[in-house]
Structure formats: C-alpha cells, structure tokens
Write a protein that binds this ligand. Structure first.
Ligand code: 6U4
Length: 176
C-alpha cells in the first residue's frame, strides 16, 4: 500500500476527524530563500517553531481561507486564501486518542505587512539552510525539506500518547 493509500484509508476509517491548516510563508531575500516560522507561545505545540495555522472553523468559506485567517491572526500580516498554494496533506494520530488530525498544508509567497509577534506566535524568518528542526515537531524534518524544494507531500505520522515520539510513519513526495 502506498503512503497516499494508507492516509486515505486512515481518513476513511476515522471515527473523529479534526481539520487544521498549516501554512509556510516563503520569500527570496537577496537571492537567499527564507521561510517564516513562528514560536508557538501557548496551547498545542507550545515551545516549538512551526508554520502558521489552526483549526478550520465552520465560518471559514474554504480551508484555504482558514489558512489565510490563521496566518493573519498569528503573524499580523495580510494574506489571501486565493494565494494559498496547496502543498498536501498530513495526518497525525496519537495512541489511545480516537480523533485524527487532518492537516491541510500550504505555501504562500504573496503577503502584505510586516510579520509581528501576537499572543499566539513569535514570527522569525529562517534561511532554508538554518531551519531549527530540533526545536520543531519531530515529523517536520521528514517532509518540510521536500515541501520547500517545491514538492507536494502526503504523509501520516502516528505518535505515542505523549505527542513526542513517532512510532510509525508513511510519506509520499509528489514531484512537482
Ligand atoms: N505534528 C505536527 N507537526 C507540525 O508541523 N504541525 C503540527 C503538528 N501537529 C499539529 N500541528 C499544527 C497544525 C496547526 O497549525 C497547529 C495546531 O493548531 P492550534 O491548536 O494552534 O489551533 P488553533 O489556533 O485553532 O487553537 P486555539 O486558538 O488554541 O483554539 O499545529
């Protein structure tokens, strides 16, 4: 079974699915590629650098709009749902927990404003060569490099109940 089939089967058989967004803002800074990460200050994943995102709300017209709303709320910049580039799907499960996290992953390059700290996130630009993987979710090092190289990713990471250790994962990288 391919990783994509594995993910599809997990989503088909899940009792509870919660939808989240995760978006990476990238820029070319004098010929050097950079990505904006945020230090999560509270809640799920606090103390880790990550892309920007959160729960898809019933009031969000589309999932891409949810991704744009979260980025605006968390980094104080303006981005539009129509500029969100679909970069794939990540599924996270946790031993002993019935719900499955379905994370919709995006890249965005068009924005206005200057990223500034909010109650939830402290944003910082990182060169692609200096991404702080040791202070990120432990799955990120497997798929973020491919995403930043321009590929789409479809993966599933099964965490232990403590949300720290991955006991199994599958990942497909789709060449762009
Ligand atoms: N293993 C993982 N690796 C990763 O890179 N990102 C993950 C992840 N597990 C969750 N995320 C992301 C998805 C989403 O962007 C974020 C979790 O969303 P939040 O809990 O921050 O949602 P909300 O901002 O809606 O929460 P509240 O404002 O507290 O209701 O963390």
């Amino acid at each position: 079974m391919s990783a994509t089939q594995h993910v599809a089967s997990t989503l088909q058989n899940a009792v509870i699915i919660k939808h989240y967004t995760l978006a990476f803002l990238t820029r070319d800074q004098n010929g050097c590629n950079e990505v904006l990460l945020g230090m999560k200050k509270r809640g799920f994943g606090a103390g880790k650098w990550n892309g920007f995102g959160g729960k898809v709300e019933p009031s969000d017209p589309t999932v891409a709009d949810a991704a744009a709303r979260e980025m605006t709320e968390e980094a104080n910049i303006t981005v539009h749902g129509s500029d969100m580039q679909d970069k794939g799907t990540l599924v996270f499960t946790f031993t002993g927990k019935p719900e499955v996290m379905h994370v919709h992953v995006y890249q965005v390059t068009k924005y206005s404003g200057i990223p500034t700290e909010t109650e939830e996130m402290r944003p910082q630009w990182y060169q692609y060569s200096a991404i702080p993987y040791s202070s990120m979710w432990s799955d990120d090092k497997y798929w973020l490099p491919s995403l930043l190289e321009g590929h789409k990713i479809i993966g599933q990471f099964d965490f232990d109940s403590d949300e720290a250790k991955i006991h199994h994962y599958v990942l497909d990288t789709i060449e762009h």
